[in-house]
Design a protein around this ligand. Sequence first.
Ligand SMILES: Cc1cc2nc3c(=O)[nH]c(=O)nc-3n(C[C@H](O)[C@H](O)[C@H](O)COP(=O)(O)O)c2cc1C
Length: 163
Amino acid sequence: MPDIAFPDTIDGRSLRDCCGRFATGVTVITTRTPEGDHGMTVSAFMSVSLTPPLICISVNSRSRLLPKVLVSGRYAVNILSDTMHDHALHFAGRPNEALTNLFREQHGLPVLRAAAAILVADIVQQVEAGDHVLLVGHVRYLDSDPAAKPLVYHAGQFRGLLL
Ligand SMILES: Cc1cc2nc3c(=O)[nH]c(=O)nc-3n(C[C@H](O)[C@H](O)[C@H](O)COP(=O)(O)O)c2cc1C
């Protein structure tokens, strides 16, 4: 009897729509190489471990960020506040010339001045996962503004919290 090949019935659009029902925050991942600074909007961020302090991001294998962050070996997670919708689009391939003087330096990396919170991490593990790469980072520095309200991403739309 030949093996019966079961086709993969989960198409990308359905997976994206279904996972999009999970509300997330929005971050911009920044890094620095000898060629310059780079930032990319990422919602796939999570905390992983408290001891040691580990976080994780999921980065598309075809993004410009990936080779840069691997050269750097470090990244900063800039958690966006609800006033930073334009930053989210700017770092997702829709450049906005009105946004200037965005960065300051922290622990040798560029970070967004207006971010609600910042974590700077060294990459300690890299896992290829389909068309993305998971980058586990050891947190070396963090800072947050307790008064900032988060930017929320849900079902393809940016929102704020009602609370
Ligand atoms: C709200 C939002 C969330 C996103 N989340 C991710 C993500 O988690 N991982 C990822 O690889 N791309 C994500 N993207 C897409 C990248 O931001 C986008 O493809 C970007 O232009 C790639 O930048 P680069 O190739 O210049 O590095 C997201 C985009 C948006 C608008």
